[in-house]
Design a protein around this ligand. Sequence first.
Ligand code: ZN
Length: 64
Amino acid sequence: MEKNYDLHDYVEMKKPHACGANHWEIIRMGADIKIRCDKCNHIVLMSRRDFEKKLKKVKAKESE
Ligand SMILES: [Zn+2]
């Protein structure tokens, strides 16, 4: 599975958010990763290791 991700990419996680959506935007990349739920704007901060464990797939980029 392709797991190349970058800032502002949209990703799908193994578990959808509590609001029912499963469409997150990466809004910070570092030792920790911050993702924002596209539907309710909830922000989740997790370590890069956790993120990669929970990541299901990286969605196609809007522009490329
Ligand atoms: Zn949400």
